[in-house]
Design a protein around this ligand. Structure first.
Ligand code: ASP
Length: 357
């Protein structure tokens, strides 16, 4: 059946109205929050409520909002589907789309806060990336769940409720990107996933919790560490890709040729998830020194879950031309280095970034 051109135009207009901030007409006394859905277990489903296996990114944003009683009492909520992937498949392409959409939405007076639903596997990386490139001090909150939407005691709806409550609150302004899971509020800088299956997986081992939330009521304990948001020098406006940075995980007798293989494959930066205080075996350190002398930026981070990687402590960074990650884990070091390598910087400048972000 052929559709009438006028009908097509009307449909298009309705679609535009549905996804632009002007869709917030409902209650003028409530803040306006946009939920950007990217997928993950919060949108996952399984055949039974007790199945350990499930497929991420199955449920659309409208269904997710409908599953949260009382959410519309907190804010005028609208949803957009940015992607629908398990976060193991999160990509730079989706990051750029997400960041630019957030910046576009937050630049309007009609949007007061943003919630991003996301898989938990790489949530800390996305949160940290956005922390560095969102150009607004309005609340931006990521959330997800460990149990799929079909599970017995799925925690996604409460996490989403709590995330919207925080995104709707002006007190959350200026905190950078927050990760809200399991009644806790974490900063993007400090948070990391610590358990493969438990709902109590996110922790902030170096700085502790940013706050707590119980059925939407919340309290902030501290301001997040590190430069973020409006104070960040990084931008992805008009950016279509980021330089390749690889992580090499250290262990006993790790082959040093992994460094050369990475560089051959196009890496401009390498992060070593080192043992202890950012250590690696002598052959790998020699390969890293050679790489650094040829212009590849090498950051020493650690596979240890907490603690600093100290410059010129066990490893002489001056001599090896390496960067110490300070308190960023390997995955967040990689995010910072990808952004840092967008332009030419001296090693001193890059080291400073690791001290300040
Ligand atoms: N693999 C899932 C993901 O990150 C796990 C989760 O969301 O909990 O998308």
């Amino acid at each position: 059946m052929k559709s009438h051109p006028l009908l097509n135009k009307l449909m298009l207009l309705l679609l535009v109205l549905a996804i632009t901030p002007s869709a917030f007409a409902q209650n003028k006394d409530l803040p306006n929050v946009v939920i950007l859905a990217t997928g993950g277990t919060i949108a996952g489903s399984a055949d039974s409520g007790t199945q350990a296996g499930y497929t991420s990114g199955q449920v659309g944003i409208e269904t997710m909002i409908a599953a949260v009683p009382g959410i519309t009492d907190l804010a005028n909520v609208t949803g957009e589907q940015v992607s629908n992937v398990g976060s193991q498949d999160m990509s730079v392409e989706i990051w750029l789309k997400l960041a630019n959409r957030i910046n576009e939405l937050l630049a309007t007076d009609d949007v007061d806060g943003i919630v991003i639903t996301h898989g938990t596997d790489t949530q800390e990386e996305t949160a940290f990336f956005l922390n560095l490139v969102v150009k607004s001090d309005k609340p931006v909150v990521t959330t997800g769940s460990m149990r799929p939407s079909t599970a017995v005691s799925a925690e996604g709806p409460l996490n989403l409720y709590n995330a919207v409550a925080i995104a709707a609150n002006t007190k959350a302004k200026g905190h950078g990107v927050l990760v809200v899971m399991n009644d806790q509020i974490h900063s993007a800088h400090g948070v990391t996933k610590t358990n493969t299956t438990s709902v109590q997986t996110f922790m902030s081992p170096m700085h502790g919790l940013t706050g707590a939330v119980i059925y939407g009521r919340h309290e902030f304990y501290s301001k997040p560490h590190g430069i973020h948001g409006l104070d960040s020098e990084f931008s992805v406006h008009g950016v279509t890709s980021l330089p390749r940075v690889d992580i090499i995980y250290s262990g006993v007798d790790t082959p040093a040729d992994l460094v050369d293989l990475s560089i051959k494959a196009g890496a401009k930066g390498i992060v070593i998830a080192g043992v202890g205080n950012g250590n690696m075996n002598a052959a790998t350190l020699a390969a890293c020194k050679k790489a650094a002398e040829s212009g590849i930026v090498v950051v020493r981070s650690t596979r240890v879950p907490t603690g600093y990687v100290l410059r010129n402590a066990e490893v002489n960074d001056d001599e090896n031309k390496t960067i110490a990650s300070d308190e960023l884990n390997a995955q967040k070091s990689r995010v910072l280095l990808m952004l840092a390598l967008q332009k030419d910087r001296s090693l001193e400048d890059i080291q400073k970034l690791f001290y300040t972000y």
